[in-house]
Design a protein around this ligand. Structure first.
Ligand code: SAH
Ligand code: SF4
Length: 398
């Protein structure tokens, strides 16, 4: 594990006084321009220019926007900022996974908040795992984030800020690509995929997540195809139809159990929206096909949900839904009440699922040494005490 915190510096807090232009929809960006006196007849053109500088060139300073007149650059700088979150720490795992702890300035009467963002490089893609909330209201019993109370929703600016900051740190902007192009996932863009699988329940922060993902998918900017954007939910059933209709991104469902009594315990939201209702909402998700499937996440908990009878029931439940099943070895955290299933058992479970015709990749845990794996994220304000970290390291080594 490599800790680059000192080298990147913990920087000064971004000035909070001027509002940021990062993460605004085109409409809101136009309003922000009109508010500083840009004539309405010019806003379309100006928005297009700003969009290019913000999302293709990764500008962090209005002064760099050479296609924008000097007077307007100065006006923009007086009223707005392009500030990124402050980096509190940056860690690189032995396997190349990177984890950042970002701090956003306070909003209104609130305090500054801290969240984690993780980048996972693989051979054919680079996936950025974004947080949608500080903490989570849902208290799933196997999830570290769930032990942290919800502090607040992240704004669209803060969600997009995570993407821009990761791309800054990875040097994922033009200059790396053929002249005049912004690079695409196919030409080696480092951030080629986005998953809303960090801290928080994205469907409890619908409007901000929707606005941020629309920016990530915008073809004149970050330009990631919606097939490369996946939103994971613990099962907020009433918001699933709207996710399909208004965001149109790929869906992942944190299923984790095949019986309501057990899912009630593991994912307490199940008491409100039980398995049958959740799967009905999945069946109705628009645009499903063999090449556009729902991912069902299933965390492997030893002697809790990992029997072969569970595997058979899983297959039966998902019948008729174009599905991928993602088996996630449980990632331990200090104080967690569960153990990860034995590897043999995970393989036997996967075999039942495979035989029924489902791809069921076992997700290799990434970045465990820096607590960046699924369900291990938590804010700095709740950072592990040294004793807890030692206990965790012993657990991983064992
Ligand atoms: N709140 C959303 C998205 C964030 S969690 C959701 O629950 O879907 C991302 C994934 O990691 C979810 O599938 C979650 O169930 C899983 N996860 C949480 N804690 C875990 C742990 N300790 N080990 C492995 N996976 C975990
Ligand atoms: Fe929240 Fe998802 Fe963790 Fe459950 S698994 S506590 S919904 S972040």
């Amino acid at each position: 594990m490599l800790d680059l915190t000192e080298k990147t510096g913990s920087g000064k807090a971004a000035p909070a006084a001027r509002p940021s232009l990062v993460g605004l929809s085109r409409e809101k960006l136009a309003e922000a321009l009109v508010a500083i006196g840009v004539p309405a007849s010019q806003t379309r053109m100006r928005v297009a220019q700003l969009w290019h500088w913000l999302y293709i060139r990764g500008a962090t300073d209005f002064g760099d926007m050479t296609s924008v007149s000097k007077t307007l650059r100065a006006d923009l700088d007086r009223h707005y900022t392009l500030a990124r979150p402050e980096i509190v720490s940056e860690q690189i795992s032995e396997d190349g996974t990177r984890k950042w702890l970002f701090r956003f300035p306070s909003r209104g009467a609130g305090r500054p908040v801290e969240i984690e963002t993780v980048y996972i490089p693989e051979e054919d893609r680079g996936t950025l795992c974004l947080s949608s909330q500080v903490g989570c209201t849902l208290s799933c019993t196997f999830c570290h984030t769930g032990t942290q109370k919800l502090v607040r929703n992240l704004t669209s600016e803060e969600i997009v800020g995570q993407i821009l900051m990761a791309r800054d740190r990875l040097d994922d902007y033009p200059g790396r690509f053929a002249q005049g192009t912004a690079g695409t996932p196919e030409t080696g863009r480092l951030v080629s995929n986005i998953v809303m699988m960090g801290m928080g329940e994205p469907l409890y922060n619908f409007d901000n997540v929707k606005e941020a993902l629309a920016i990530a998918a915008d073809g004149d900017g970050i330009g990631l195809s919606k097939r490369r954007i996946t939103l994971s939910t613990s099962g907020v059933v009433p918001m699933i139809p709207r996710t399909g209709a208004e965001m149109g991104v790929m869906l992942a469902i944190s299923l984790h159990a095949v019986r309501d009594d057990l899912r009630d315990e593991l994912v307490p939201l199940n008491r409100k929206y039980p398995i049958a209702e959740l799967l009905d909402a999945c069946r109705a998700y628009p645009g499903l096909s063999n090449s556009r499937r729902i991912t069902f996440e299933y965390v492997m908990l030893k002697d809790v949900n990992d029997s072969l009878a569970d595997a058979r029931e899983l297959v039966r439940l998902l019948r008729g839904i174009p599905a991928k099943i993602n088996l996630i070895p449980f990632n331990p955290w200090p104080g967690s009440a569960y153990a990860c299933s034995d590897w043999d058992q995970i393989e036997r479970f996967a075999e039942v699922v495979n035989r029924a015709g489902y791809a069921s990749p076992i997700r290799t845990p990434r970045g465990r040494d820096i607590l960046a794996a699924c369900g291990q994220l938590k804010s700095e304000s709740e950072r592990l005490k040294i004793r807890e970290r030692m206990a965790l390291e012993a657990m991983i080594a064992g």
